[in-house]
Write a protein that binds this ligand. Structure first.
Ligand code: HEC
Ligand code: HEC
Ligand code: HEC
Ligand code: HEC
Ligand code: HEC
Ligand code: HEC
Ligand code: HEC
Ligand code: HEC
Ligand code: HEC
Ligand code: HEC
Length: 308
């Protein structure tokens, strides 16, 4: 056993310093299972943070913890009121440097995303994180720390002026969209992704905060939802029938410009008004909106055909 541990440790530290992780599997024990064993034996230090700071005080990153919520000892359910550094990094055991690992977070961490998350969720498993395990982010092996930082005075993702940039670092398609001619005001941070999306997942399509796309839009554009005396079916159905939410080259976030937008669904046959026109409103491409101005629906008593 002692022998095995020695081999494992060599391999583990090999991995920490960049040699192929597959070597770990070949040894039959990963850094993760070693850390789990360490966790189970629960060999915590006697002096908490003080024992760590003996060596880690020099690091500005480490010390920045104390300027943020997790380093605040007055939070009775925060880490400082519990096992301090070891609440998150696991028991010290024999760690005094490269001899034995501690739990490391992030994409290059030494335990998998689920295990990293379990550390955070031990305190943050609440209604906000209920859908996390079924979210696409969790399925894609993102962890809490893909978005959050704790060794900082203020977590940047919680800052509205920084969130969009952080989400966009992975979501380049949405980033490109929001720089198009028409977009929601996200470039300047007036609006952020989490105005519409639940960052920790939800039961709705595309992890929306609301139960449907139209309910999401109605949060801010209630006047477009109706109910109207004269409804327009595609509006009731789904705003994205005509709008491209993250941005569009067309005005008003439209997927296409009128009349093409309308002609996508409406054929000239049967448009009686068409026959009265020498050129025909469909064929000349005169904008449908000149006459059908109430495209979202109308409450005017004579607003049939969405004309007023
Ligand atoms: C709330 C959980 C939590 C607590 C408490 C915590 N850490 Fe961390 N630690 C992290 C995470 C997460 C990271 C990855 C970087 C980040 O997100 O800020 C990290 C990173 C580190 C690093 C690597 C820093 C680097 O330069 O890359 C060290 C060393 C460290 N922590 C030591 C400590 C010490 C010492 C304490 C106690 C004073 C402590 N941590 C308390 C979660 C925690
Ligand atoms: C005797 C000195 C010493 C003590 C005590 C000590 N550490 Fe370390 N620790 C180190 C050294 C050295 C490293 C390796 C640093 C490196 O790789 O650059 C390290 C690495 C780490 C890392 C990984 C850093 C990374 O690069 O991600 C974490 C996390 C960590 N220590 C946490 C702790 C915690 C928590 C405690 C207290 C329970 C603690 N350490 C106590 C010396 C110490
Ligand atoms: C020991 C419990 C504990 C652990 C473990 C823990 N947290 Fe926290 N966390 C807290 C407390 C307490 C607060 C402050 C809550 C409040 O103000 O209501 C907090 C606040 C936060 C906040 C909000 C910060 C703010 O400025 O308002 C975020 C984000 C967060 N934690 C993320 C994490 C992440 C990510 C991890 C894992 C790396 C983690 N937490 C681990 C207890 C914990
Ligand atoms: C995709 C990025 C992302 C991931 C991954 C993520 N968060 Fe968050 N988190 C956010 C954003 C953005 C906010 C700001 C709140 C908002 O606007 O809804 C937030 C807020 C929080 C808060 C403070 C407010 C609240 O909801 O209680 C806590 C605590 C928190 N997250 C914990 C976690 C934990 C724990 C995990 C891992 C299970 C996690 N987060 C994963 C983006 C993320
Ligand atoms: C005004 C509300 C709103 C805002 C703000 C918003 N989204 Fe969306 N997002 C939606 C809606 C509605 C959908 C689903 C319909 C669709 O894909 O058009 C969606 C879908 C997505 C999808 C899934 C796309 C797919 O093809 O499956 C991703 C990823 C996404 N959004 C990321 C982001 C990011 C990143 C931001 C911030 C830069 C953001 N969203 C801002 C409303 C919004
Ligand atoms: C580390 C990279 C990364 C970061 C940071 C990130 N995401 Fe994602 N996100 C992904 C991946 C990977 C997927 C799954 C594949 C895809 O749809 O692109 C995804 C999927 C999504 C989806 C579709 C979810 C669904 O259920 O259909 C939405 C919405 C989304 N992300 C929003 C956000 C928001 C909002 C933020 C910032 C708070 C964010 N993401 C930050 C990588 C990231
Ligand atoms: C959190 C509030 C909010 C939500 C939710 C929201 N919007 Fe918006 N929307 C805005 C703001 C703010 C503007 C910019 C208004 C301005 O510039 O005068 C805007 C503008 C628009 C525009 C006009 C764009 C332009 O170029 O003039 C359209 C179209 C639009 N939103 C559609 C939608 C749709 C569809 C949804 C649902 C998927 C939605 N919005 C959800 C706040 C929101
Ligand atoms: C049948 C296509 C279509 C559908 C579906 C649709 N819209 Fe529009 N929308 C348009 C057109 C065309 C314009 C530009 C002309 C105008 O302002 O009426 C527009 C403009 C807008 C504007 C910006 C102009 C303004 O009046 O503020 C907002 C906001 C908007 N739509 C929200 C919505 C919402 C919310 C939904 C879903 C409830 C929705 N739209 C569904 C076609 C549509
Ligand atoms: C996604 C498909 C779709 C798009 C795009 C669309 N419509 Fe419609 N529209 C419908 C459907 C479905 C109906 C109801 C069934 C019918 O009468 O054909 C309808 C009905 C109408 C009506 C008749 C309303 C009434 O009171 O009987 C008018 C007028 C109309 N649409 C105009 C427009 C205009 C103008 C546009 C472009 C801005 C447009 N439509 C875009 C699907 C669409
Ligand atoms: C010059 C004014 C005018 C223009 C431009 C116009 N319409 Fe109409 N439309 C009418 C009037 C008036 C009616 C109702 C009586 C009728 O059918 O003649 C009508 C009826 C309709 C109807 C319901 C009857 C049917 O045919 O199903 C639809 C759908 C429609 N228009 C779509 C469009 C579309 C799409 C465009 C653009 C390509 C458009 N209209 C352009 C005036 C116009």
């Amino acid at each position: 056993m002692a022998n095995l541990k020695k081999i494992v440790l060599t391999v583990v530290f090999g991995a920490v310093f960049g040699s192929p992780i597959t070597a770990l599997a070949a040894q039959g024990q990963s850094a993760q299972s070693l850390l789990l064993e360490k966790f189970q034996s629960g060999n915590y230090s006697k002096k908490g943070a003080d024992s760590c700071l003996m060596c880690h005080r020099k690091s500005d990153t480490v010390m920045a913890l104390f300027t943020g919520v997790h380093g605040n000892a007055s939070h009775s359910n925060g880490p400082m009121a519990q096992l301090q550094c070891e609440t998150c990094h696991g028991p010290q055991g024999k760690h005094k440097g490269k001899n034995e690992p501690m739990i490391q977070f992030g994409a290059d961490g030494n335990v998998d995303a689920q295990l990293q998350d379990s550390v955070c969720l031990s305190c943050h498993q609440d209604s906000e994180r209920m859908a996390w395990h079924d979210s696409l982010h969790a399925a894609e092996d993102l962890s809490c720390v893909s978005c959050h930082s704790v060794h900082v005075s203020r977590d940047p993702i919680l800052d509205r002026s920084q969130q969009v940039a952080q989400c966009s670092s992975c979501h380049t398609e949405q980033q490109a969209d929001m720089h198009k001619r028409s977009s929601h005001p996200m470039v300047n941070g007036a609006m952020v992704c989490s105005d519409c999306h639940a960052p920790h997942g939800s039961l709705s399509e595309a992890s929306l905060k609301q139960t449907s796309i139209n309910d999401s839009c109605a949060d801010c554009h209630a006047e477009k939802r109706g109910p109207f005396l004269w409804e327009h079916e595609p509006v009731v159905d789904d705003c994205t029938n005509c709008h491209q939410v993250h941005g569009s080259v067309n005005d008003n976030l439209l997927t296409r410009q009128a009349p093409q937008l309308c002609q996508n669904c409406h054929q000239p046959d049967g448009h009686q008004f068409n026959a009265e026109q020498p050129d025909g409103v469909f064929t000349t491409g005169a904008s449908c909106l000149n006459c059908h101005s109430q495209v979202h629906g109308s409450n005017h008593p004579s607003g049939n055909y969405l004309r007023k």
